[in-house]
Each structure stands twice: as C-alpha cells, then as structure tokens.
Design a protein around this ligand. Structure first.
Ligand SMILES: C[S@@+](CC[C@H](N)C(=O)[O-])C[C@H]1O[C@@H](n2cnc3c(N)ncnc32)[C@H](O)[C@@H]1O
Length: 488
C-alpha cells in the first residue's frame, strides 16, 4: 500500500494543487504518520480558504470529496474491476483513462482518490510523466495537466468550479427527468404525514427542510400549508419523482442532491443559513424496495446492490464478497441483531470462494441453508436489513444529522425525526434526551449541574405512532415513531 513519503513526493511537485490533492488523500487508507501530515495540510487549506473569505470551507472540501468519490465510482470503478484481472497496471490506467468523462481535464488527479495505490505503483514503475503521457495518448480529446499535475485551484476558483459542476449535474438531472419514461411510477405512502408536518408548524413565510424528500409526500403538505421547502435526497429517482409531483410549486421547492449527513453544508452552500423546521423520515422508500434492479429485496431476483445513492462507492455485493468473515458477522449482528450472524458469515465466505455472490436471491437462498424458515419472517430479513444499513451507513448519517441539525434551526425551530427500527429510534431518543435536559446529575456530584448541551425542549412527552386508520391502510407504519424537539 501507499507510504506517506511517496504521496508527499507528489505533493512537492504540485504547489498550487490545494483541493483535489488533499481530497485524494482523504480517501486512502493512510498510515498513522501520513494521517497527521494530511490533517495538518487540511487545516492549512481550510485556513487559506477562510482567509480568502470563503464561507463554509469545511463543507466545500467535504462536497468536493464526495464529488470525486461519486465520479470515480461511476466512471472508474467498474472498468477498473474488469481490468484488475489483467494484473497490469498500465492496462488499468488505459481503462481508467478511457472511462473518464469529458470533464476530467479539470479533475486531472481524479483517478487518484480510489487509486492512490495505482498512482504510487506507477510513480515507482515509470514515473508520473509516463502516466500522463499514457493518459494523454489514450484520451487525446482530454486536457491533462502536466505541471503542476493537479490543477491549481485556489479557494475562490474551487468554489466557483464546484457550483458550476453542481448546476451542470442538476441540469442533467432535469433533462433526464424530461426523458424519463412515464412507465416508472413512484409509489410511496407517506407515513405519519399530518403528524410530522403539523409538528413543524408550517405556514407562509416559513422555510422548512425535508432531509428525506423521497416521493415528496411530506414536502407536499408543507408546501400546501404555505411554507417554502428545501428537499434533500441522495437518490436521483426520488428527486426526479418529487420534482415532477411538486412542479406546480415552482421555486418554492428547492431540490438538493446529496446526503443529509452534510445537510448544513449543502444548504449553506446554496445560501440557506437557517430554517424554521427540519424533518427526517429515515430509511428507504417503497420504490427502492420494490424495484428489483436496486437490489434491496430478497424476494425478487436482482443485483446485490442496495445503494440508495447509485453513485456511492460500495454495494452490498462489495461487502459480501470482499469483507472478512468477522466483519460480515459484525455487520449482521450489529445492524440486524441476527443471532446466526457468525454461521451466515462463515457460509458466505465458503460460497464466495467458489464464485462471487452477486444477486439478491443467491444470498437469500444461501441464508436459508443456514437458517431454516420458521414463522412468518423470511430468514434473510435481518441480514438484508443489516447489509442495507451498512451499505448506506444509515446510522452514521443519522448521527451526523442529529449532531448538526439544531445548528440549522432558528430559535423556536422544530426538529422532527421518524424512525422505523429500534437502532435508529435509540439514537434519536438518546440525542434528544441529551439536548433537552437542563441539568445533569451524577451520583458522585453533590448537586446537579447545568447541562452544557441544553438547547431544546421536547414537543411531545412520548413518541407519536400511527393511529388505527393509518395502520389498517399501511402496515409499513407499524414500527414508525416520530420524535420532535424545539430549539430554545
Ligand atoms: C422513507 S423515504 C422518504 C419518503 C418521503 N418522506 C415521502 O413522504 O415521500 C426516505 C428517503 O430518504 C432518502 N435517504 C435516506 N437516507 C438518506 C441520506 N442519508 N441522505 C439523503 N437521503 C437519504 C432515501 O433515498 C429515500 O428517498
């Protein structure tokens, strides 16, 4: 794997390449000494960006990093996987180069986030110049930066560049929407619709954030009540469906592509500093489960995918085919509370030694050989839930949203979260308790002390659950819990 000094060697030749180069590091499994070097570099860059008057520098870096990862996942990973079998680094480079999209000229080092090992390998083999020569020969239509290797992006240019790319991506999405065939309907029955939206007190002049736009069910009620809405979703199909459904509201709905773990940065970059309410309806939508190609369901044959964001780097098949037996067992136990986690993980590792596990039914059938069917629940239910949570880092994203959500709200603003299983609800309950307690007490203290995190009050004493009518109409609402707090 890479060493710090090799990567630093590249650094000395790229004095101006501040953003992309560091982002490339962020994605690599760096050894400890390189990590501290990287952290120092990042701090310096953030300081430079702040000095240049750039707001939300940290968010910009995070977004750039995500962009790089998305682009490399789309354009690079698949051909890389095909060519890796050839075992030749230059065959891999040619494949990378051919797969790069037209905008690669400004992302000269884009290939590196996922391929730092390749970069270093080439550096040692024939040198960076040889790499550039090959890339140029393979893609004469692209401009490769020779020196410095990374395009020198100062803070202001980085921001302009990012905004331009975001706009282009969003326009592409709108065109794709226009081209989309009518035959892909998006049916998702909104859970706790009235309860959640009313809790946010929507009204004309208010700005609400729907962090899980989905098919736009909650957003529609917010818009009908007169509020303006910013809707975030990481799934392009959901964004398209919501845009279409809510087109009549025009500019009152702003659709934002991205992960709600970065909600604060995503919204600030677009000019929204503070909102009157924030809703997160956690989990997946029905169309995600129902579409076999998305690979969420063990009931229908499909690729073992499970990514809510189809451009994300890691699918369920990647986990199942590359993680160690212990890692797989941990995932199944932690996120699925699957008691047979070890036996299932062992079986997966045995099977994948014969051939990769690539489809949903292949995995479901394999689980059935370990866990005989008992009762109404399919034996693969818990394992599929666990893999889905791991693929999308659902708990990590929820924690990040919880930790940052209040900072987005005005005083009196409300933060509402709907969860569907105990792991999520536990995280929300704990966080809400943490910030709504005026004081904390410990047995060893003589008296309670003020809670430094105290920032909100509970709106309901107990979580809100679905009423009988909703349960009868939508069994999915069975496990839904809504918790709401209000910023002081
Ligand atoms: C349960 S659905 C929301 C349905 C929506 N409230 C409605 O009424 O139509 C959850 C949505 O959140 C999205 N989502 C889940 N986790 C996300 C995350 N970390 N960042 C952004 N979107 C996410 C999913 O792609 C899905 O579209």
């Amino acid at each position: 794997m890479t060493t710090a000094s090799t990567i630093s060697g590249a650094k000395t030749t790229t004095p101006g390449g501040i953003c992309y180069r560091v982002l490339m590091w962020e994605d690599c499994a760096l050894p400890a000494e390189a990590l501290s070097e990287w952290k120092e570099a990042r701090t310096a860059i953030l300081a430079r960006m702040r000095d240049a008057g750039v707001k939300g520098a940290r968010g910009i870096l995070a977004r750039l990093n995500e962009e790089l990862r998305e682009l490399s996942a789309r354009a690079i990973e698949a051909p890389l996987a095909t060519c890796a079998q050839a075992g030749l680094s230059f065959a891999r480079v040619d494949a990378l180069a051919k797969a790069l999209p037209a905008e690669a000229d400004v992302l000269g080092w884009q290939l590196s986030p996922c391929s730092a090992d390749l970069l270093v390998e080439l550096h040692g083999e024939e040198g960076i110049d040889a790499l550039l020569a090959r890339l140029t020969a393979a893609t004469p239509e692209l401009t490769w930066c020779a020196a410095p290797l990374v395009e020198a992006l100062d803070a202001a240019t980085a921001q302009e560049h990012l905004i331009a790319r975001q706009q282009a991506a969003e326009e592409n999405e709108i065109h794709a929407e226009a081209d989309a065939v009518e035959s892909t309907p998006f049916h998702h029955v909104t859970v706790l619709a009235r309860e959640a939206v009313d809790a946010l007190l929507p009204a004309e002049g208010k700005v609400l954030v729907d962090a899980t736009l989905g098919g736009g069910g909650h957003s529609e009620l917010m818009l009908q009540a007169g509020a303006d809405v910013w809707g975030i979703d990481q799934d392009p199909a959901a964004r398209r469906a919501a845009r279409k459904r809510l087109a009549a509201y025009g500019e009152r709905l702003q659709v934002v592509a991205g992960n709600f773990r970065n909600a604060v940065e995503l919204l600030r970059e677009r000019g929204l500093e503070q909102a009157d309410g924030l809703l997160a309806d956690i989990g997946i939508s029905s169309p995600q489960v129902d579409c076999p190609e998305r690979g969420f369901s063990f009931l229908t044959e499909g690729p073992l995918d499970m990514r809510m964001n189809p451009a994300a780097a890691r699918s369920a098949a990647d986990i199942v085919n590359t993680c160690s037996e212990a890692e797989i067992a941990d995932i199944l136990w932690q996120y699925g509370e699957e008691r047979a986690s070890r036996a299932i993980a062992r079986r997966i590792v045995q099977e994948r030694a014969k051939a990769p596990i690539t489809t949903t039914t292949q995995l479901a059938d394999l689980i059935c050989t370990v866990l005989p069917r008992k009762g109404r629940q399919h034996p693969a239910t818990r394992s599929f839930q666990a893999l889905r949570i791991a693929v999308n880092d659902e708990l990590g994203a929820l924690e990040a949203l919880l930790e940052s959500g209040l900072s987005l709200l005005k005083s009196g603003g409300r933060f509402a979260v709907i969860t569907f299983h105990s792991l999520e609800d536990r995280a929300v309950k704990r966080y809400f308790e943490r910030v709504t307690r005026p004081e904390i007490d410990r047995p060893e203290w003589p008296a309670p002390r003020p809670n430094p995190e105290y920032a909100a009050r509970s709106v309901f004493r107990k979580p809100i659950t679905a009423g009988e009518a909703e349960l009868a109409a939508n069994p999915r609402a069975r496990s839904a819990k809504l918790r709401v707090i209000e910023k002081l």
